[in-house]
Design a protein around this ligand. Structure first.
Ligand code: MG
Length: 377
């Protein structure tokens, strides 16, 4: 056998085992039909390359819900990455989508009304709302035959580079992870445990790249937060995300007046209505589609946050290329992007979004521009 043929067969074997792996991780598929509308939801288990530890827990897999909205011969795709901290699971997201059927039977072109109706259905379940908003807008882009960045009037040359996230682990493991990601010009380090300083020093010993630090509410009082942030500032940390518990705006306000690098809200900010009250407590905010309920709400948040003089980061959960494409589309409106959820998994069920170094390159195909890897989906 020629080397070329051998490599080709080897490549096919790798591709088929990847496909088999993707099929295996489909846990359940449910279908609802009403007239020309067909809604399919699939619980899909994303497998993490390495255990993912934050200040509040450790995960090796994440169960997301993939949504397919088919209407008039066009398919829109959406993805929900449920957030357990807000009482969401794949099942509760699916249940919300089932209850949304009367909304989804209406005209997708009036998508602003559809979002308000989804929001009025029940509080919470924002990942499910994000999946439906994403699928409706994907459907509209495909109907118009244009990518969503064009629909929103954004320049695809201005998408941002993404940071690469390093979860909490042994110092040596965190160091190795930093070394294994040389293409990323900015690293995001998870902190909020007693060994924080040891972890940062281990990473600093092998790289002088700018760092962003995310405490995920891990520092319990303002003195500890102030001491840690000033220590981090001396080690080239550009800004710190969510130093203390989300509802403690008063201590964040105290902190904002004293820190030498900016602090960003993540857990403290969900929707546009949260922004006016926290503008005096943070220098910037981290907007996530899964927290706010989708692209439409994220766009409203961008306008209101800018009006309050806040810096903007767009972030993600552990998500496939589908939801990351939706977020990457909006990056021209932001200062920083932390959109690496799909890089951290081994069985991404979508393709179409590509990395150019550390910058996301959007597909020129209509809508979100991504297609499922498993052909029968
Ligand atoms: Mg965060």
């Amino acid at each position: 056998m020629k080397r070329k043929d051998f490599l080709k067969i080897g490549g096919l074997l790798v591709a088929s085992s990847f496909l088999a792996d993707c099929r295996q991780t489909v846990r359940k598929e449910s279908v609802a039909k009403r007239g020309s509308l067909r809604i399919t939801t699939t619980i899909y288990e994303l497998k993490l390359r390495q255990a993912w530890t934050l200040s509040r827990g450790t995960w090796t897999t994440r169960r997301n819900v993939l949504v397919r909205l088919e209407k008039d011969g066009i398919t829109g795709y959406g993805e929900a990455a449920p957030i357990p901290r807000y009482s969401e699971s794949a099942e509760s997201n699916e249940e919300f989508i089932r209850r949304a059927l009367p909304v989804l039977e209406k005209d997708f072109w009036e998508y602003q009304d559809r979002w308000q109706e989804l929001e009025a259905l029940s509080p919470g379940q924002n990942a499910a709302k994000a999946a439906l908003d994403m699928a409706i807008l994907d459907w509209i882009g495909k109907n118009l035959g244009i990518p969503l960045y064009r629909f929103f009037g954004l320049n695809p040359e201005k998408t941002l580079p993404t940071t690469y996230s390093i979860g909490i682990d042994e110092a040596e493991v965190m160091q190795k992870t930093a070394l294994a990601a040389p293409a990323f010009r900015r690293l995001k380090i998870k902190v909020g445990v007693p060994d924080d300083k040891k972890h940062i020093e281990a990473i600093r010993a092998v790289t002088d790249r700018p760092l962003i630090v995310d405490a995920n509410e891990g520092w319990k009082d303002r003195q500890q937060a102030l001491e840690m942030i000033n220590w981090l500032a001396e080690r080239g940390v550009e800004f710190v995300e969510q130093p203390m518990p989300a509802d403690n705006l008063e201590d964040h306000r105290w902190l904002k007046e004293r820190v030498s690098v900016p602090i960003f809200a993540d857990e403290s900010v969900h929707k546009v209505k949260d922004i006016p009250a926290l503008a005096s407590a943070f220098h910037g905010i981290n907007i996530k589609l899964m927290k706010c309920g989708g692209l439409q709400e994220a766009l409203r948040m961008v306008s209101v946050a800018r009006a309050h003089g806040l810096k903007l980061m767009i972030g993600c959960m552990i998500e496939s290329s589908l939801a990351i494409s939706a977020a990457a589309t909006l990056t021209p409106l932001f200062d920083y992007a932390d959109l690496d959820g799909n890089i951290l998994v081994t069985n991404d069920p979508f393709r179409g979004l590509t990395l150019d170094g550390d910058r996301w390159k959007l597909s020129e195909k209509p809508g979100l521009g991504v297609e499922p890897v498993i052909p029968e989906w």
